[in-house]
Write a protein that binds this ligand. Structure first.
Ligand code: PLP
Length: 359
C-alpha cells in the first residue's frame, strides 16, 4: 500500500498514526466487542470518548470553564445562520469583515436574519490582503463582530486578533489548532472539523457561557447553542464516530508537543513553500506577504496553459489535490497539521523539477 501526499483543502489529510489506531480499533473498541460506530451515544463508552475529546481540546487551547464546548452537525455553513439566530435577537445589527469567499457566505446568510454592516472589505485588492483595523467602520451597538481568521480559498490569514467592545465571533474552520489561540479574546469560535480536526460531519462551537440563552425564539432547536450546552451535545444523536476520531487527533496533537510545537512545524512548512514560490520566476503568490496563510498556500504558474500538465504530473507523482478553488483558479496546497514536512519537501522538489522542464 502506497499512501499519497494529500494537499486537499477539505476533507483533508489526517495523521497516519490516528488512521492506524482507528483501523486497529475498528471492529472491537476497548475490548467491548463493538465498533465505536455501533455504540449508543448514551453508552458509558461514547459518553467517555466525548468527555475525553472535550477535555483534551480544552487542554490544547486553554479553554476556561467560562466557555461551553459544543460538538454539533451541519458544518461551518450551518453556523452562518446559528450565529445571528443565537446572538442577534435582542439587537438586530451585526458587524462583519469581508476578506473573501467564506466571509461573503457568512454575510449573505446572516443578512437573512439581521442588518449586516460590512465594516471593511478587501475586495479592492481582489481579496489578497487584510484591511487594517484602523480602517474598519465598527459600531459599538452591534450584537457582535464576525470575521474569518483564515480564508481557505484565497489563502489569506490574520496574524492578529481584532479589538472591540462587542463579542468577537470567528470562523476558524481552516486555522483552528494550527497554532496557539487566546480563546478568552473571543465570544464564539466555530469550525467545521474536516480541515484541521477530523472527518467531516462534526462541527465545533466554543461559546462564552454568558452569551447563551438569548436566541431568537424561532431558532430551530438543533441550532440553539444553549440547548446543545444543556444537553452536553447529546440533544439528539451526535456524530459519534467523528467525535471519536477528533479525540484521537487531539491526543495526537498533545503527543506532538501541543500547539506551540505545531506552530513551529507549520511555520517552517509554509516558509519553505513560499520561499520556493518567491525564488522562482515560474511560480507566484497572489497574496500580500504579511497575510499569507500558513495553512492554504495559493500560487499560480507563469503560464496557465501549464496548469493541466502540472496537475496531471503531480498526481502521477503522488501529490494530490493541488488544484485551486474553481472561483480563483491556479493552485492551492493545503498544508494542515496532518500534512508532514516530508510532504511539503516532496511538493517543492516536484515544483522545482517541473519549472526546470517547462520554464
Ligand atoms: C470549509 C469552510 C467552510 C464551510 O464548511 P462546511 O463544513 O462545508 O460548511 C466555512 N468557512 C471556512 C473558513 C471554511 O474553510
Amino acid at each position: 500500500m502506497a499512501r499519497c501526499y494529500n494537499f486537499c483543502a477539505g476533507p483533508a489529510a489526517l495523521p497516519e498514526a490516528v488512521l492506524e489506531q482507528a483501523r486497529d480499533e475498528m471492529l472491537d473498541w476497548g475490548g467491548k466487542g463493538l465498533s465505536v460506530m455501533e455504540m449508543s451515544h448514551r453508552s458509558a463508552e461514547v459518553v467517555g470518548i466525548t468527555e475525553r475529546a472535550e477535555a483534551t481540546l480544552r487542554e490544547l487551547l486553554g479553554i476556561s470553564d467560562d466557555y461551553a464546548v459544543l460538538f454539533v452537525q451541519g458544518g461551518a455553513s450551518t453556523q452562518f445562520s446559528a450565529v445571528p439566530l443565537n446572538l442577534g435577537y435582542a439587537n438586530a445589527t451585526a458587524d462583519y469583515v469581508n476578506t473573501g469567499q467564506w466571509s461573503k457566505k457568512a454575510i449573505a446568510e446572516a443578512s437573512r436574519f439581521l442588518d449586516v454592516n460590512v465594516v471593511a472589505s478587501s475586495a479592492d485588492s481582489n481579496f489578497s490582503s487584510i484591511p487594517p483595523q484602523s480602517e474598519w467602520q465598527t459600531n459599538d451597538g452591534a450584537a457582535y463582530l464576525h470575521y474569518t481568521p483564515n480564508e481557505t480559498i484565497g489563502g489569506v490569514e490574520f496574524f492578529w486578533t481584532p479589538e472591540g467592545s462587542v463579542p468577537l465571533v470567528a470562523d476558524m474552520s481552516s486555522t483552528i489548532l494550527s497554532r496557539p489561540t487566546d480563546v478568552s479574546r473571543f465570544g464564539v469560535i466555530y469550525a467545521g472539523a474536516q480541515k484541521n480536526i477530523g472527518p467531516a460531519g462534526l462541527t465545533l462551537v466554543i461559546v462564552r457561557r454568558d452569551l447563551l440563552g438569548n436566541a431568537n425564539p424561532l431558532t430551530p432547536s438543533m441550532l440553539d447553542w444553549k440547548l446543545a450546552a444543556d444537553n452536553e451535545s447529546m440533544y439528539n444523536t451526535p456524530p459519534t464516530y467523528s467525535i471519536y476520531l477528533a479525540g484521537l487527533v487531539f491526543e495526537w496533537l498533545r503527543k506532538q508537543g501541543g500547539l506551540d510545537a505545531m506552530e513551529r512545524v507549520n511555520r517552517r512548512k509554509a516558509e519553505k513553500l513560499y520561499a520556493a514560490i518567491d525564488d522562482s520566476e515560474f511560480y507566484s503568490s497572489p497574496v500580500e506577504v504579511p497575510s499569507r496563510s500558513l495553512m492554504n498556500v495559493a500560487f499560480t504558474l507563469a503560464d496557465a496553459e501549464l496548469d493541466k500538465p502540472f496537475l496531471v504530473e503531480a498526481d502521477a507523482a503522488g501529490l494530490l489535490n493541488l488544484k485551486g478553488h474553481r472561483s480563483v483558479g491556479g493552485m492551492r496546497a493545503s498544508i494542515y497539521n496532518a500534512v508532514t514536512e516530508a510532504a511539503v519537501d516532496a511538493l517543492i522538489g516536484f515544483m522545482q523539477d517541473f519549472a526546470k522542464r517547462n520554464g
